[in-house]
Write a protein that binds this ligand. Structure first.
Ligand SMILES: Cc1cc2nc3c(=O)[nH]c(=O)nc-3n(C[C@H](O)[C@H](O)[C@H](O)COP(=O)(O)OP(=O)(O)OC[C@H]3O[C@@H](n4cnc5c(N)ncnc54)[C@H](O)[C@@H]3O)c2cc1C
Length: 425
């Protein structure tokens, strides 16, 4: 355990000060940390906002507890410690032909972090979000001690998507999905213009996954649609790993208008050439994990992400137009569809409609652009993803997440995060 005050940094290089960092490897260690001082739960630090950043509190890092506690393939159920990364969990269960039904865009997320953000994948239309597959959680709280919660319990509903406020999640029991292979058949097809994605109904024609990459330099918002379905070839072997690493933070951002345009042209051409391919699930679902620390390309100032969901696609066309006008959007813009399955979490982000995530490099126009995009989302009755949008306003949180005050009332009184401070002060 480190005993001096330290900086904690998230994925986008947002920083906060913690009094102390502790990374317990046992349940007793978590229990003692939770009862000791105001604390903040920390997982894989893959959030883009301050939801997992301490606020002069004890940083309780769960990554020291990352074992499988029990796995029963016959009923496709697994119980794991909350600090286990999804990539590590999947690497074990795929050998038995099973995987979590919902996987976000990186495998570096911990199971606890996946519960706390109720993460979604590229198959929301079929499988809902992560919490829909959680069968039990165990928590440590400063006021209640060890507590177990199952799907009908309010405490589970406040913890799924609950931004780490309901206590320290120590173990999670998940229902897994049987898959016939570790490989997918993936098709890439041109998306002529943004709104065409609404015509695409992947869940009607046997595809499990679908998402569109958007070229933000194209005035029509075209790009590439990726669709994929599981193969049934019984091949559960992993391909040889070929990871690149960005070893240090670039002194200046490598992402600018010129590199973005060049990347987009090359990416569209490459996708058009690829057509259909057999692809390992890790490459299809976590393409960015192949370049470790890619966020360092943005330089010391990092970047910001804007992710929202609106019931219809049209408001997102306008959001895209505003983002393009700023000249600050980067090559990473992804559009997905959310289905109608109700989330378990009281303040989960996923809801029926379309979700758009855009990365921005820093710039003077950014504040104005975010304000204008917020206005569009507000008028459309949409919602912002708290894990991704660090400028989310309290009034917007309360409007888009009506159960926020209930979740707040159920929080562990010893929790303290940067996000909580911003939303309550
Ligand atoms: C490249 C990339 C792609 C992504 N793609 C997606 C995507 O497709 N879909 C999606 O939904 N999200 C996506 N995300 C966001 C990410 O899934 C969420 O931010 C997730 O919550 C991060 O989990 P983490 O383990 O890194 O936890 P952290 O970022 O450290 O913390 C996240 C939240 O979880 C809480 N928390 C963590 N562990 C515990 C615990 N044990 N007990 C209680 N609370 C805890 C923290 O307090 C915090 O509120 C992506 C992120 C990246 C970097």
């Amino acid at each position: 355990m480190r005993r001096s005050a330290i900086d904690i940094e998230n994925w986008t290089r947002m920083r906060a000060r913690a009094e102390t960092l502790t990374r317990p490897s046992s349940l007793a260690g978590v229990a003692s940390a939770v009862g000791r001082a105001p604390y903040t739960n920390i997982g894989g630090r893959r959030s883009y906002s301050d939801i997992g950043l301490p606020n002069r509190s004890l940083a309780l890092d769960h990554c020291g507890r990352r074992r499988i506690i029990d796995w029963n393939p016959a009923v496709a159920r697994i119980t794991v410690e909350a600090g286990m990364r999804l990539a590590d969990l999947c690497a074990v269960t795929i050998r038995g032909g099973q995987l979590p039904s919902v996987l976000p865009g990186t495998g570096f997320v911990t199971v606890g972090g996946a519960v706390a953000s109720d993460v979604h994948g590229k198959n929301h239309t079929l499988r809902g979000s992560f919490g829909n597959h959680v069968r039990q959680i165990r928590l440590q709280r400063s006021d209640l001690g060890e507590t177990v919660a199952v799907p009908d319990d309010q405490l589970l509903r406040a913890s799924v998507g609950g931004l780490g406020l309901s206590g320290a999640i120590t173990d999670v029991t998940l229902e897994l999905q049987n898959v016939g292979s570790a490989y997918l058949d993936q098709d890439a097809a041109p998306l002529p213009q943004f709104a065409d994605y609404a015509q695409d109904l992947p869940y009607l024609d046997g595809y499990e996954f679908s998402a569109a990459w958007i070229d933000m330099t194209d005035p029509r918002g075209g790009g590439v649609v990726f669709k994929a379905r599981w193969r049934c070839d019984g091949d559960f072997n992993a391909p040889a790993r070929r990871e690149a690493t960005i070893p240090v933070t670039a002194p200046l951002s490598c992402i600018n208008a010129v590199t973005t345009s060049l990347f987009n042209v090359a990416y569209r051409r490459r996708a058009a050439r690829r057509g259909s391919e057999r692809i390992h699930y890790t490459r299809a679902l976590w393409p960015l994990d192949g370049v470790l620390n890619w966020n360092r390309l943005y330089g010391p100032s990092g970047f910001e992400q804007y992710q929202v969901c609106t019931p219809d696609i049209e408001p997102l066309v306008e959001v895209c137009r505003l983002a393009r006008r700023s000249g600050l959007s980067s090559p990473l813009t992804v559009l997905k569809r959310f289905g109608g399955r109700a989330p378990v979490g009281m303040i989960s982000f996923p809801r029926k409609g379309f979700t758009l995530a855009i990365d921005f490099r820093p710039g003077r126009e950014l504040a104005k652009t975010f304000a204008a995009m917020d206005e569009v989302v507000r008028a459309a009755g949409g919602a912002w993803y708290p894990a991704k949008y660090q400028r989310l306003r309290r009034s917007d949180l309360e409007r888009a997440f009506p159960a926020w005050s209930e979740v707040l009332a159920m929080r562990d009184p010893m929790i303290r995060t940067g996000f909580l401070e911003r939303m309550t002060s």
